[in-house]
Structures are given as C-alpha cells and as structure tokens.
Ligand binder design. Sequence first.
Ligand code: SF4
Ligand code: SF4
Length: 72
Amino acid sequence: MGVRRIDWELCDGCEVCVDYCPMDVLRMDRETNKVYIKYLRDCQGCFLCERECPQDAIYCFPVRERRIPLAW
Ligand code: SF4
Ligand code: SF4
C-alpha cells in the first residue's frame, strides 16, 4: 500500500510532493531534477503526494499487501 510509481515523463521537479509527504519518503534527484521514492517502507499510504502533484505523475496503490522479507 502506498506510493508505487513516479512517472518521470510527467514529473517536472516542482517538489510539491516532497513538501507534502508527512513521512519524508520522497527525495529529489538533483542530477535529473526528478523525484524518486527513497524510503518506501516509511510510506503510510496517505495519498497526499498523488493528490497534490500538479502533473499527475505519482501513483499510489490502495490495497494493503504483505511484504515477506527473505531470510537469505
Ligand atoms: S509533485 Fe509531481 S511534478 Fe512535482 S516533483 Fe512531485 S512528482 Fe514531480
Ligand atoms: S502516500 Fe503519503 S506517506 Fe506515502 S509517499 Fe505519498 S505523501 Fe508520503
């Protein structure tokens, strides 16, 4: 559940999503001037980034999922 994908074709690097994210999940790549998902595990699925992105570049996934860590 939570942020799943950022479409770099649409993202213009405005950083609105970075400012809105309450969990500090997103970061700006200064070389490409695009946003990427840095701390996915901290995402709370609040949908603020998707809702506030002026370019509709962020997609969140609404269904809760179990992530099973591998032992090796
Ligand atoms: S709000 Fe949208 S357009 Fe702006 S940096 Fe984030 S993903 Fe890119
Ligand atoms: S869904 Fe919420 S917590 Fe997750 S990246 Fe977007 S704004 Fe941050």
